[in-house]
Design a protein. Structure first.
Length: 253
């Protein structure tokens, strides 16, 4: 019998789905191969060599044997175990939100290196940061992912007349893809939400910030909430489905 072909890649565990009594399907984001699905046989048995190696957010070196329908996980070496994420519901909620986004905006195959690096970097910071920084890191991830994906909201000029925005509060429209100046607001039909001048400043700051200096940067809670809300609205409009993790956690606290 011919030996199965085996390949090895570095990847982050994005999600899993239990199957049968002791198995799981695992979805990874691999740096060089994009989204990869693997079947983890016996992973929920205490005696399996895979047990405890394929938890959410783990960064692993994984070998898979090419299967007829799904590739089968044969070996796993753990590289990073960001388990402190689970100590805070707030941080866990943000981490689930970002892995869900990675699932929605990454693809199979090459070309996902920037999404992988951003995910790896953000998960690593979420694992060590103070709880108060979770929303800032979420906004950092959301905005950078939107830029990588070519879907970033417009917050420097009016999306209708292209005039540069003046330093004042504006309205944001998900359907228009960004901010609308007061002159154009009157001509528009549709739903808007307020985008304060402080939130616009924060979006501009995050766009150019590195992740560690962002953690040191104080942002009032009301402002970062508004930034998260705008980015969520923008993402939900551009991704053709609701983020299950964010809607799930809304009901808890
Ligand atoms: Zn305008």
């Amino acid at each position: 019998m011919a030996k199965p072909r085996i390949y090895t890649t570095t990847a982050i565990v994005l999600k899993y789905r239990n199957y049968g009594e002791s198995d799981r399907f695992i979805t990874f984001l691999s740096r060089d191969l994009g989204q990869v699905q693997g079947f983890a046989r016996g992973v929920r048995r205490s005696t399996s060599k895979l047990t405890g190696h394929l938890e959410l957010f783990y960064n692993v070196r994984v070998s898979l044997a090419i299967g007829k329908n799904t590739d089968v996980i044969t070996e796993v070496e753990i590289l990073k175990t960001p388990i402190k994420i689970n100590n805070s519901l707030n941080i866990l909620s943000c981490a689930l939100n970002i892995t869900e986004l990675a699932l929605n905006l990454s693809t199979e195959g090459p070309g996902n290196e920037m999404i992988y690096d951003l995910l790896d970097q953000t998960i690593s910071r979420l694992n060590v940061t103070e709880e108060d920084n979770a929303e800032k890191l979420l906004a950092y991830y959301q905005l950078n992912l939107l830029f990588i994906s070519g879907l970033a909201p417009e917050y420097k000029a009016c999306v209708e007349c292209r005039d540069e925005l003046t330093q004042q509060d504006h309205l944001y429209s998900a359907t228009s893809g960004g901010t609308i100046c007061p002159n154009c607001t009157n001509k528009q039909i549709g739903s808007f939400i307020n985008l304060s001048v402080n939130s616009i400043k924060v979006l501009r700051y995050i766009e150019n910030a590195d992740i560690k200096s962002l953690e040191q940067f104080t942002i009032p809670e009301s402002v970062i909430s508004e930034v998260n809300e705008i980015l969520n609205l923008h993402i939900n409009h551009h991704i053709d489905r609701k983020l299950r993790s964010s809607s799930f956690f809304k009901g808890i606290d």
